[in-house]
Write a protein that binds this ligand. Sequence first.
Ligand code: GLU
Length: 309
Amino acid sequence: MADLQAIVDSVYYDLSDRIGEGKLADYIPELATVDPKQFGIALVTVDGQTHAAGDTETAFSIQSISKVFTLTLALGKIGDGLWKRVGREPSGNAFNSIVQLEQEKGKPRNPFINAGAIAVADVVLAGHLPKEAIGEIVQFIRHLADDESIAIDQNVARSETQTGYRNVALANFMKAFRNLDHPVEHVLGVYFHHCAIAMSCRQLAHAGLYLASAGRNPLNGGSVVSASRARRINALMLMCGHYDGSGDFAYRVGLPGKSGVGGGILATAPGKASIAVWSPGLNEVGNSQLGSAALELLAQRTGWSVFGQ
Ligand code: GLU
């Protein structure tokens, strides 16, 4: 068994002179106020060992990583019925693109682009007030991470609510195609708030463990989803988790992953570990520059890949 702590330390150390690389997401004003010189790696193995280096206790805005958890909840509610509302194909477009949505008549390509996640939020909202749906999402994540302290950063939620014009456009577009059941403001309220959940790398790696462990939380033995659903969520993360950078991420890292514009990435090494990395500076397609580099080195040094040894 490789010395995982030594590998995590070596990845952190080898990239430490690049801390601060990349560009902060400034289209959400609150995210532009984050100190870019932060970098953390946390890995939780399926037998419950945590290995961490750098800023792994600092809570950051998980943004689109939250879409993994809302997808899990929506599949729990309506199962395969979800695929009538959202596709399962990579988009090859930017995360907030409206072009494809028009061509494909209001059915988003996948649950991880913004339009797809807004449709997923609509599913999670069914039978609830927006507040209750937001509460359900936060409770689910707290349960997964076994940490009641996880909360929404209200400044980020407000900032995005005030400036999320593109998401308002996407939601209205889908509403026009009858792909949203609830009022646009309610659905966006749920979406903006789940994107604004703040978590540390350590909490996030813990919360993602069910994806590495056949749908079970190995730390308390509880079943979160079936093994086949965990596999499928991983497949979607691999194909669609990095927007139009998904192919490059699969090529370089070879593990399912989901990025967020807060600079975090959650990755799954099936049967081995859940990994969360964070550094706020983004590359040109909106994925953490250092986070992607860290996962590439980590995958090389551990030999972990879904494509073979
Ligand atoms: N809340 C962000 C948005 O809708 C999420 C984007 C991301 O993290 O990739 O623009």
